[in-house]
Design a protein around this ligand. Sequence first.
Ligand code: URA
Ligand code: SF4
Length: 211
Amino acid sequence: MSSERERSPEEILEDVAARVRVCTRCELHRSRTHAVPGEGNPRAEVMFIGEGPGWHEDRQGRPFVGPAGQFLNEMLDKIGLKREDVFITNVVKCRPPGNRDPLPDEIAACAPYLDEQIEAIQPRVIVTLGRHSMARWFPTEKISRIHGQPRRFGEYVVVPMYHPAAALHQPALKSIVEQDMAKLPAILEEARRSQHAPGAEEPKPEQMRLF
Ligand code: URA
Ligand code: SF4
């Protein structure tokens, strides 16, 4: 019998956020105004993972609240998802100065927080926005080749997509991102189905009933 009560996703995420806000594990803590742990439904079926906070996010301590966030909100609206339904976070929780790319050691230092968030939320679908979050699951792939294509990793499905900010700067990418996002409801439906399909998950020995 365990003496410690299991923590809820809400409690775990609040605890992660509290540690992120005071974190000094990498150099990015020096230049931040606010760390941006992420926000949304602790029991979301869909999780979005961006790159890192930009200027607006650093000011407000919230993810995707600038122009890229506005575009993301519009796309979510079109597929009937609200921000409150999903969970939105980034690979690094503090803004890289001048919006430079996060460095490998910064991504590595911050990864345990993302691990904990994924573990707590247990999403059915993870949408990676941009190269840096994609690289966690597809380290050698090119986004131009695999965007919009879901792949199952154990309990969840990962769909790489272009970053909404890239789409705002390169008009050719805008309709590609919109088309990939439009596929999300069907991808979620398929993820729900395949998660429960016979053989999709082998029962662990301790879950097997001997009667
Ligand atoms: N771009 C990101 O990758 N993340 C944010 O939170 C905002 C912009
Ligand atoms: Fe800590 Fe992540 Fe911020 Fe670096 S980016 S200081 S690891 S929370």
